[in-house]
Design a protein around this ligand. Sequence first.
Ligand code: NAD
Length: 331
Amino acid sequence: MKAYPASVHSLKGKHVLVTGGAGFIGSNLTEALLSIGASVTVLDNYATGLKANIDRLSNYDGFRFIEADICQPTQYRAILKEVDVISHQAALGSVPRSIEFPLNTHEVNATGFLTILHEAKEAGVKRFVYASSSSVYGDSLASPKSEGDEGNALSPYAVTKQLNEHYAAVYHRLHQMETIGLRYFNVFGPHQNPEGVYAAAIPRFLDKMLNGGEIIVNGDGEQTRDFTFVQNAVLANLLSLSTDHIDAFGKVYNVACGRSLTLNEVIAALENGLIKIGKTVSHQLTYGPNRVGDIRDSLASTELIEKNIGYQALYTFEEGVQAYLNQAFND
Ligand SMILES: NC(=O)c1ccc[n+]([C@@H]2O[C@H](COP(=O)([O-])OP(=O)(O)OC[C@H]3O[C@@H](n4cnc5c(N)ncnc54)[C@H](O)[C@@H]3O)[C@@H](O)[C@H]2O)c1
């Protein structure tokens, strides 16, 4: 793993609450925080997170887990009085899930968000970093997309993330909370769950490549995304949790690599990566219909987060794929 910038080491000795820490991004972030000497309490209800992620982290000193639902403040109110800063990652991901179960997604992602934001304010926790999403750009045709280019939302999931951004901005204005929203663009990496109908593309593809089976690509595979290795998202969180730059607060930032890749290019890169480390690749590739709620192209400008928070992507896409496969196969 590459080293984080020296400034994030100011988190050493701090008590950080990571919601959604049994999940993909949250567990990678928790591990990074523990490795730089922070104490971390993970709050998760295992809705989509994995116990294996908690077991893996429980070997670290300074790690604590509370099984709780962000929508149920009595389950975690006491712990908020003890924490210095919060990274809120808990949510129900997946655009298709939100189209099928909009009320469920709204309850967790919107009501749950406001619940924990308000509880944090009541407990006197000022710094509240949270996961937003590139989905807030909706049908915007801008490319690359900069903060301010938001279009119409294309799914209930996107609406919940837009709401998060509005509520965070209001709590910043009303209560001077140090909110920072991170709009992740297609994050991938170790501990991303390949299972289930709502699984993200890259772990699903890798699973099929290694175990045989059908990879179904929605559309012609020429849609583009700014695929972002998880350590870049971790870095954005560490910088946001530790920054003392006054202009950073009350805002939202793109978190990405700044490079556009088609799904077909990603599939080829994964195949080559696996073959390079001696794996046999066996799968069938099928092209299906476009998915409702999906955007055609998505590329981020990272200018604002570079300026206000000092972010520079740690890993290119290729470096991310290599690090992912090396870690997955214990190289
Ligand atoms: N992975 C991506 O590419 C991506 C892109 C954009 C935004 N995001 C956002 O980043 C965050 C983390 O995503 P991820 O990919 O790690 O997802 P994930 O599903 O792996 O992790 C989410 C975690 O939140 C927990 N959770 C869900 N509902 C909860 C509740 N009511 N109370 C407590 N915990 C709850 C789940 O159990 C899970 O551990 C989410 O907010 C997601 O919307 C992710």
